[in-house]
Ligand binder design. Structure first.
Ligand code: G3P
Ligand code: CA
Length: 267
């Protein structure tokens, strides 16, 4: 039971947690070690990463079902062995101007990503795409073996994956990712044992009162993926618990400069 993390997630704070979406993915190739290291270096407390299994059920960090957008491979990641996936280049596609600074950056193992955790650092781990129970089990085993189990919070769009987490570890809190709001989000969370309801941030424009309702039910809100100061202001004033962003350093700077202004407005 990740007690430390839950206290961090739900404790009252002066502003939302900054959660680096696929790492600092505006500045380094998404879901790679340089992106995660850049996120930590920016001073954020959370990173977000997408985990999927290889053919031989080794948990690796990649967003798409297919390899072609972010690596020099092709086809579904689940068709390749871990040996083949680890030989891919997940950095050459990413350019800054005309520079390819991240050539030959590999697809990370989940084990490598969790090793970067520690006090003050947490991982929002999205169980990406369909998973079998054995695939979720392998991911949870890697997290447990790292010694940082209490710093990892699982979330998914796939309710079946969340059910697998709880079948493996009864009572473990999870987060429910949503592309469309439920009529009754609190009931949806209760049914799954979810303690966080994580919507696309724009959905909260239609139902801003939802954040307070979820909080009253003891449910946190981590909104994705917001990169614009106007959205950061809106989400901060709503009182969301976390903002998932591709530019964590910019959001941290925004919080430093905007904090006084927002507090003054609400006070
Ligand atoms: O963690 C939330 C967010 O990552 C969900 O969307 O497509 O970026 O994985 P996506
Ligand atoms: Ca994700």
């Amino acid at each position: 039971m990740p007690g430390v993390l839950l206290e961090d997630l739900l404790r009252p704070r002066s502003g939302p947690w900054v959660i680096a979406h696929r790492g600092a993915s505006r500045h380094a190739p998404e879901n790679t070690m340089p992106a995660f290291e850049a996120a930590w270096a920016s001073g954020c407390g959370w990173i977000e990463a997408d985990v999927q299994p290889t053919r031989d059920n080794v948990p690796v960090v990649l967003h798409d079902e297919e390899l072609s957008r972010t690596t020099n491979g092709s086809g579904p990641i689940r068709h390749l062995s871990s040996l083949d996936v680890l030989a891919l280049d997940a950095g050459s596609w990413f350019t800054t101007g005309s520079t390819r600074a991240y050539s030959r950056t590999p697809v990370p193992l989940l084990a490598d990503v969790v090793q970067t955790l520690g006090p003050g650092r947490a991982l929002l781990l999205e169980i990406k795409n369909d998973h079998t129970r054995d695939q979720v089990l392998a991911e949870m085993a890697v997290v447990k073996a790292s010694g940082w189990d209490d710093r990892v919070f699982y979330e998914s769009f796939h309710t079946e994956s969340l059910r697998h987490v709880q079948a493996i570890e009864p009572g473990r809190p999870v987060g429910l990712l949503v592309e469309e709001l439920h009529d009754d989000p609190i009931a949806a969370c209760a049914e799954l044992g979810a303690i966080a309801y994580n919507p696309r941030h724009t959905l909260l424009r239609d139902r801003p009162e939802l954040v307070g309702q979820l909080h009253d039910a003891g449910i946190a809100v981590m909104a994705w993926t917001a990169d614009e100061p106007d959205d950061w202001t809106f989400l901060t004033e709503l009182g969301v618990d976390g903002i998932i962003t591709n530019t964590p350093g910019d959001l941290i700077s925004f919080q430093r400069t905007a904090h006084g202004r927002l507090s003054a407005r609400s006070g």
